[in-house]
Design a binder for this molecule. Structure first.
Ligand code: C5P
Length: 229
């Protein structure tokens, strides 16, 4: 069995050396990796280049959020690095700047609608007049209007995103947990099959694979479940 290009494994490891060792262990079973802030702060962009030279796809989870001019300049540099996915926060100014910067490059822009750690009470505290679900819906519509390529969404909002956006839009869902793995801190998890059926185009599945005794075998089990969706 070979890699499923819809499976993204986050390299949430403290050092580039440990991330590189995980990529080696997973071998041909995984073709798409996410690099988050911890690794980006410790040489993650160099690792991104290495992964690209091995033919892997790379998701840079920078979650950019700044004035439009700065987002545009930063996203232009990242588009030039040849990566595949880049996250930005789903504010219209930010999204428009990132879309402008990616131009006709291969980089796809993903909007983070509302962080899943935020509750309705947190949003009220921050001054929003919307609860989380309403704000997610509003931001999905704004993402489409801004020309963004997709959204990051919990499995529970994947169906909403797919319904609003229709086919072709990227819906990338973290919080994926096969029935045989621990939930860890993912309170609203879904199985790979359920997330894909809800409309996800890509699954981010980390610790069930990277914390397994045999990460390669765990990746193959996730891929087999995805094939059944
Ligand atoms: O190990 P696990 O499968 O929980 O990893 C999920 C990845 O997706 C982590 O890198 C985490 O930061 C990211 N993520 C998430 N929930 C969000 C957005 C991103 O778990 N709402």
């Amino acid at each position: 069995m070979t890699a499923d290009p819809r499976l993204i494994v986050p390299l949430d490891l403290p050092t580039v050396d440990e991330a590189r060792a995980m990529v080696e262990r997973l071998g041909e079973t995984v073709s798409f990796y996410k690099i988050g802030l911890e690794l980006l702060a410790t040489g993650g962009m160099g690792l991104a280049g290495e992964l690209k030279s091995q033919g892997k796809s790379v998701f840079l989870d920078w979650k950019l959020h700044d004035i439009g001019a700065t987002v545009e300049r930063s996203a232009r540099v990242l588009a030039g690095a040849g990566c595949d996915l880049l996250t930005v926060h789903a504010e219209p100014q930010v999204m428009r700047a990132a879309v402008q910067a990616r131009g006709g490059s291969d980089l796809k822009i993903l909007a983070v609608t509302v962080l899943t750690s935020l509750t309705d009470a947190d949003l009220v505290e921050m001054g929003y007049a919307f609860g989380a679900r309403d704000l997610v819906e509003r931001r999905i519509r704004q993402a489409i209007d801004c020309g963004v390529d997709g959204v990051v969404s919990s499995p529970h909002e994947a169906a909403l995103a797919r319904e609003i956006a229709g086919p072709g839009f990227l819906v990338v869902t973290p919080g994926v947990r096969p029935f045989w793995s621990a939930k860890n801190d993912q309170a609203r998890a879904a199985t790979p099959e359920a997330a894909l059926r809800a409309g996800a185009s890509h699954l981010v599945c980390g610790r069930p694979i990277t914390s397994a005794n045999d990460p390669r075998e765990a990746a193959l089990k996730v891929i087999a479940e995805m094939a059944g969706a």
